[in-house]
Design a protein around this ligand. Structure first.
Ligand code: NAP
Length: 199
């Protein structure tokens, strides 16, 4: 399969590329990868699809949200988070439908925070829940047998230094475990599923 990985240079993206590279042609995309994309810019998303041609699977491991206390977050921070991780991935699907082969798939990234929020996570929790809902909704309308799933993981061991303090008592998972859920989505038959990893 030809697999487009958006966010290929990150922790999760590198693990997904490693899990696919021996069996598939992997096209690595991000703002600094071989194939340029800025997920927050629709023209850039369209430009990437125009340049890579038809693919069999689109994977997203990119998307970030601001963190902060509910009483302190600004409307600008809310808009930033929604435009980046939620609407960026929606655009990746919306603009990608005509560029994925029949029976191909989209696999998006959400996260544990929709189901298990922590203090300072209201934007991430809302955005992750929106992605999960979008995936369930899009799955019933996608044409030509296209499939769509989300991978929703708990915190990675590799990110524990950065995020561990937000998750007291949690058990982090190796990022390779989350990458296996991407493989399940790409090579399997599921659609409309939120593939939970580690929680
Ligand atoms: N870290 C965790 O423990 C964890 C747990 C569960 C879920 N998640 C979710 O998994 C995703 C990835 O996390 P991570 O830890 O792998 O993050 P990361 O290491 O910071 O990687 C982020 C990736 O996204 C790319 N990127 C960032 N902004 C972009 C944009 N506007 N357009 C295109 N690409 C962009 C980055 O590449 P460039 O800088 O080259 O663009 C990089 O490849 C996030 O959505 C996160 O919420 C993370």
């Amino acid at each position: 399969m030809r697999v487009l990985v958006v966010g290929a240079s990150g922790r999760l993206g590198r693990a997904v590329v490693a899990a696919l590279a021996d069996r598939h042609e992997v096209l690595e995309a991000s703002r600094t990868s071989q194939h340029y994309i800025d997920l927050t810019n629709s023209a850039s998303v369209a430009g990437l699809y125009a340049s890579v041609g038809t693919v069999d699977a689109v994977v997203c491991t990119a998307g970030k949200t601001p963190y902060g206390a509910l009483t302190e977050l600004t409307s600008e921070q809310w808009l930033t988070g929604v435009r980046d991780k939620l609407l960026g991935q929606v655009e990746l699907v919306r603009l990608g439908i005509d560029h994925v082969s029949d029976g191909g798939s989209f696999t998006l990234v959400s996260g544990i925070l929709s189901a298990e929020p922590v203090p300072t996570s209201p934007i991430a929790s809302t955005v992750d829940g929106g992605i999960d809902a979008f995936v369930r909704s899009a799955a019933i309308e996608l044409p030509r047998g296209l499939r769509i799933n989300a991978v929703s993981a708990t915190v990675f061991e590799e990110a524990w230094d950065a995020y561990g303090a937000m998750f007291p008592g949690a058990t982090p998972i190796p990022v390779a475990d989350a990458a296996r859920a991407y493989v399940e989505s790409i090579e399997g038959t599921a659609s409309g599923e939120v593939l939970r990893v580690g929680y």
